[in-house]
Design a protein. Structure first.
Length: 124
């Protein structure tokens, strides 16, 4: 199933790529609609400023992006403001958390492909 998942294109995998490489200061697109009313929708573009990692396995647990327009992610920033103050994370950055996605086309003999991933795609 893992080999099958690697071969899926973005349309087949509900816009969640098999693997996303994160590089600070690179430009990324949000790949799915996270919160449309808050400006966090498919195609919103921001600069990756910080990656937080899980202590137990070293995998990325959250990405922080700076969006050009100050209204993008405004509600999310309000929700995370107290958290951002403790490790001194810039209050203008927006947290992008991993999403859990079940691939509709990944069903094969009763199996599903479930991905937990930060929904970002490199823009450049």
């Amino acid at each position: 199933m893992r080999n099958f998942a690697k071969q899926l294109n973005p349309q087949q995998s509900d816009a969640v790529p098999y693997e996303t490489r994160l590089h600070l200061e690179a430009v990324y697109f949000v790949s799915i609609n996270i919160d449309v009313k808050n400006g966090l929708f498919n195609g919103a573009t921001g600069i990756l400023k910080l990656i937080e990692y899980n202590e137990n396995n070293g995998s990325p647990k959250r990405a922080w992006l700076r969006f050009e327009h100050p209204l993008i992610g405004l509600q999310k920033r309000k929700m995370t403001e107290s958290y951002q103050k403790k490790p001194n994370i810039d209050l203008s950055w927006v947290a992008i958390d991993p999403i859990k996605k079940v691939s509709k086309s990944g069903r094969h003999h009763g199996l599903e492909i479930i991905r937990k991933q930060i929904p970002l795609v490199v823009a450049n």
